[in-house]
Write a protein that binds this ligand. Structure first.
Ligand code: CP
Length: 299
């Protein structure tokens, strides 16, 4: 079924044209930078940020995107909300809707949390990360970052390695949809216990072999809080070490937060280390991409 533009729940709902349209708008916002003269499409509207899990980048960029579009926001965190007294996710969302908010941005541990909210309320819902299954705004901002890096409209002909703890990564699951829809090949790399083989793309445990043939390398955080276990040789086998980075001239990405010294060496993580390091560009793209999504759904 074609995307109706009402909610933003999964990139599987969007066609390549839908993604490219949002990416072009995000690129417009990025190009305009501080010179962007807001037409204030969110003026008079309040967006609810409902973050049941912790966040730095996603939460802040949704707040800034909302303000740059002339809107206002409320910020409800799981730890300080009545969810801590047992209120359900849907009841929390229903109560936010009853206060008159124009849309809800939700991060939660439930795999289908954002979609379940969308099925129960009347205002637009944006998925800011659900369980291990989806983080669609992150994947779209990654696509924006990569197309700008390559100087292309889409990702046809590119090959992206996604490396590390794939098993627990909603970023990997959303990125495989957007990257392949936009024409790129994806290879998942990591220890077999952290790389499921049922996600529809090539897998490998030989990082050096894969790195020699890709144009972008997306490092993932080992999610110890979700009980990921890695061996003592993890950095040596799967880390983007100084040695590996020296011989790689493609794009270096990480959605953050990073385990410096494990999946990526400290010196490689520092953006001044290489013009190919896109880690903070991803964050900048995040504001513009979320502006494009908010404008499209609610503006
Ligand atoms: N990339 C990302 O989702 O980061 P946060 O958890 O800080 O939002």
């Amino acid at each position: 079924m074609p995307w109706n533009g009402r909610h933003f729940l999964s990139l599987a709902d969007l066609s390549s044209e839908d993604m490219l349209g949002l990416m072009q708008r995000a690129t417009h916002f990025l190009d305009a930078g501080d010179r962007y003269e807001p037409s204030a499409p969110l003026a008079g509207k309040i967006i609810a940020n409902l973050f049941m899990e912790n966040s730095t980048r996603t939460r802040c960029s949704f707040i800034i995107a909302t303000k740059r579009l002339g809107g206002d926001y409320i910020d409800l965190l799981g730890s300080t909300s009545s969810a801590s007294k047992g209120e359900t996710l849907v009841d929390t969302a229903l109560n936010l809707e009853a206060t008159g908010v124009a849309g809800i941005v939700v991060r939660c541990s439930e795999e289908n949390g954002a979609r379940i909210i969308a099925e129960n309320i009347g205002v637009p819902v944006i998925n800011a990360g659900s369980g291990t299954s989806s983080h669609p705004t992150q994947a779209l901002l990654d696509a924006v970052t990569l197309t700008r890096y390559f100087g292309k409209d889409d990702l046809t002909g590119e090959h992206v390695a996604i490396v590390g703890d794939i098993a627990h990564s909603r970023v990997a699951r959303s990125n495989v949809i957007s990257l392949t829809t936009l024409g790129a090949k994806v290879t998942f790399v990591g220890p077999s216990e952290l790389v499921p083989d049922d996600l529809g793309c090539e897998t490998s445990s030989d990082f050096d072999a894969v790195l020699s043939g890709v144009s972008a390398c997306m490092m993932l955080r080992v999610q110890f809080e979700r009980d990921a276990k890695v061996g003592e040789d993890y950095r040596e086998q799967f880390g983007l070490t100084e040695e590996r980075a020296k011989n790689f001239d493609g794009a270096i990405m990480h959605p953050g937060p990073m385990n410096r010294g494990l999946e990526i060496d400290d010196c490689v993580a520092n953006v001044e280390s290489s013009p190919h390091n896109l880690i903070l560009s991803q964050v900048t793209s995040g504001v513009a991409t979320r502006m494009a999504i908010l404008e499209h759904l609610i503006g």
